[in-house]
Design a protein around this ligand. Structure first.
Ligand code: SAM
Length: 283
């Protein structure tokens, strides 16, 4: 009985009726393509048993697709101007809770409790990486993270070692999850159209991480140093760890990693080996 929101005319009508001017600073590009909504819900494999956290429901376009599955949805929207809109467009859905807050300042544990949940979002592009990193690092019981991001960001998240775009974000995402790009989305699926292509990326969060460093802080320090000066060989870039060159050479020799290699060629396992040697030294 709810009309579908993911249409150009419906979105235009809602915006006009509520006098909403889209806020570019908040990354407001609303989906107007029904097929994309279906694609996201399917990629996330949402069923009525799921608990879903949606970041940035906007006027409720994707939220509606999620709610129609019968899943329990928590939707966190920063823009209070959109609250009356959401109350109208999603009126009558009993499986919804709307929270007016900044996702980066929301206590998700307190909101959802200890139940496993999925994150599904068409993310605001100005804070994609901070949001994804915060969700991954908080050790929340997330099973799947399905997000619409800039295509280039999705490619970086999924990049393999040796690829030019493989970097600290790739390592971090792949440390916690198995990322896979589900499909790409052109600018005209949004209103207003963003200046970049987009992609939906599915990150299946590991229950049991394939790489388990002794100390994950040291692991990420090594990653940060290795990518801190991308053009440099590991002998030079790992100097950022505060070790004298001689010790860096020794560390690489002990790890059996060629000192002339660059950070962007190291696998997660190789980062772990380096981090574990350092961790053992500190003991
Ligand atoms: N889900 C809607 C859709 O797909 O059409 C809107 C997506 S729009 C790309 C991003 C949404 O995130 C906007 O509604 C924006 O107001 C909201 N947003 C931006 N920053 C936020 C933050 N820090 N916390 C929560 N929501 C935020």
């Amino acid at each position: 009985q709810h009309p579908i929101i993911a249409k150009k005319e419906v979105t235009q009508y809602i915006l006009k009726r509520f006098g909403i001017h889209m806020n570019k600073k908040l990354g407001q590009n609303f989906l107007i393509d029904e097929e994309i909504i279906t694609g996201i819900v399917e990629a996330a494999e949402i069923t009525s048993d799921d608990v879903v956290l949606e970041i940035g429901p906007g006027i409720g376009t994707l939220t509606q697709g999620l709610l129609e599955t019968g899943a329990q949805v928590y939707a966190v929207e920063i823009d209070k101007n959109l609250l009356p809109v959401l109350e109208h467009t999603l009126e009558g859905y009993e499986n919804l809770q709307i929270i007016n807050a900044d996702i980066l300042k929301t206590d998700i544990k307190e909101l959802i409790g200890n139940r496993p949940f999925k994150v599904v979002a068409n993310l605001p592009y100005y804070i994609t990486t901070p949001i994804i990193m915060a969700l991954l690092e908080e050790a929340l019981p997330i099973t799947k993270l399905v997000t619409m991001v800039q295509k280039e960001v999705a490619q970086r998240m999924a990049a393999a070692p040796g690829n030019k775009i493989y970097g600290a974000l790739s390592v971090a995402v792949q440390y916690y999850s198995r990322p896979e790009i589900a499909f790409t989305v052109p600018p005209n699926s949004f209103m207003p159209p963003p200046e970049v292509d987009s992609a939906v990326i599915v990150c299946d969060i590991y229950n049991d991480k394939p790489v388990k460093p002794i100390d994950d802080k040291i692991f990420f320090q090594v990653v940060k140093a290795a990518f801190g000066q991308r053009r440099k060989t590991l002998t030079n870039s790992l100097g950022l760890l505060g070790l004298p060159k001689e010790e860096v050479r020794e560390l690489l020799a002990q790890a059996q990693i060629d000192a002339k290699r660059r950070g962007e060629t190291l696998s997660l396992q190789e980062f772990k080996i380096l981090a574990d040697i350092l961790a053992q030294k500190n003991e």
